[in-house]
Design a binder for this molecule. Structure first.
Ligand code: SAH
Length: 349
């Protein structure tokens, strides 16, 4: 079976022609899927019967299955637990921001990076997601809301730069005007700092925002909380970030989780300011840590966070403390997990 989800408009047109149908049918199919969110061939009633029959016999549109849909009490965040074709499960989050709908997309089932503060990595990595599975997460939310998706953050479970080709391919589908039509400037990819991936991304014609999960202002501490810190030194990561900035002219964002008694002292605030000020026009997002049943780390007091922020700002770097969304349904940063096995969940509203 040929999977149509995640295939470009040009390739669907070519598929039509190879199989004896006019190229414009390709655009009609793409409109059905991405503009009208119709994903069953039988419902594509404006296509001739012969084409519908051919599609049924030869093609598929495999949307992940929604196992649980949870909506936060405030209504601003929704989380889907999705089941994929092989039975593995991932989570995807929709955030209703002031500027529009934003989807937090997963790139892998689980994660191999082993960051001590993050739930996505608790059971290791199962596998990479395919392009269709990445695109399917966003298409599901388009279907469920009937609304245009404003922005994409590649910040769900997994390390996107460890699944480079499928992730970049999916970003092109998100961008394609005939499909999701989301500008690259409305996409953010977050990485723990995979240097060759950052450099490759810098060479793409794809001006997305790059976010680095920094979380420590020196290599010694970073290695303690992020195993990837042993593979790549901060100096080399920053060289790659500068390369990205110079090639794409896009602002680099740093994510820094604040963990009490770990990385949130005033000394670390000064180190952080010193470290990041070498990147022009950058921005820091401070994230009060979200705990869970495995992670018994806590955020500092509001006073300490504000003081930390003020010190970093004194180095001339803009800082925001990230708005906390989704904690009530375990949909906040670092809380997304892969789930295996259990079929006892029901649809919660
Ligand atoms: N692997 C990529 C993509 C995941 S993004 C990366 O590391 O960037 C998920 C974001 O949530 C990252 O910035 C991550 O560091 C952050 N995060 C992880 N655990 C968290 C936690 N317990 N509380 C708050 N943020 C967390």
């Amino acid at each position: 079976m040929i999977e149509l989800l995640g295939v470009s408009l040009d390739d669907i047109r070519a598929l039509m022609v190879t199989n004896g149908f006019p190229a414009f049918r390709g655009k009609q199919i793409v409109d059905y899927i991405y503009k009208r969110h119709i994903t069953t061939f039988a419902d594509m009633t404006q296509l001739p019967k012969s084409l519908r029959e051919w599609l049924l016999a030869n093609c598929q549109i495999s949307l992940p299955k929604v196992v649980v849909r949870q909506v936060a009490p405030k209504g601003d965040t929704q989380k889907l637990l999705l089941e994929l074709g092989d039975g593995s499960r991932i989570e995807t989050v929709l955030m209703d921001q002031d500027y529009g709908l934003s989807v937090c997309v997963s790139s892998q089932v689980g994660c191999a990076m082993g960051c001590v503060f993050c739930a996505s990595t608790t059971n290791g990595l199962l596998r990479n997601l395919t392009r269709a599975e990445i695109v399917g997460q966003v298409l599901l939310f388009s279907q469920l809301t009937g609304q245009h998706i404003h922005s994409i953050v590649m910040m769900g479970s997994g390390e996107p730069l460890k699944n480079y080709d499928e992730v970049v391919g999916a970003l092109r589908i998100f961008h394609e005007p005939a499909m999701f039509g989301i500008g690259y400037r409305r996409m953010t990819l977050s990485t723990c700092g995979i240097i060759d991936g950052i450099r490759r991304l810098a060479d793409e014609d794809m001006p997305i925002t790059l976010a680095l999960s920094l979380h420590a202002p020196n290599d010694v501490l970073r290695k303690q909380i992020m195993p990837i810190g042993s593979a790549y030194a901060l100096k080399d990561i920053f060289d790659a970030l500068l390369y990205y900035y110079n090639k794409q002219q896009r602002r680099i964002t740093f994510e820094y989780i604040l963990i009490n008694h770990c990385n949130a002292s005033l000394k670390e605030a000064h180190q952080l300011g010193q470290l990041v000020k070498v990147i022009p026009n950058c921005h820091i997002n401070l994230i009060p840590i979200n705990g869970n049943e495995h992670i018994h780390m806590v955020k500092p007091s509001v006073a300490v966070m504000n003081q930390f922020k003020a010190i970093v700002e004194s180095y001339g770097v803009p800082v925001t403390i990230r708005k906390e969304m989704g904690d009530a349904i375990k949909a906040a940063c670092g809380q997304l997990k892969m789930q295996v096995g259990s079929h006892k969940e029901s649809i919660e509203k």
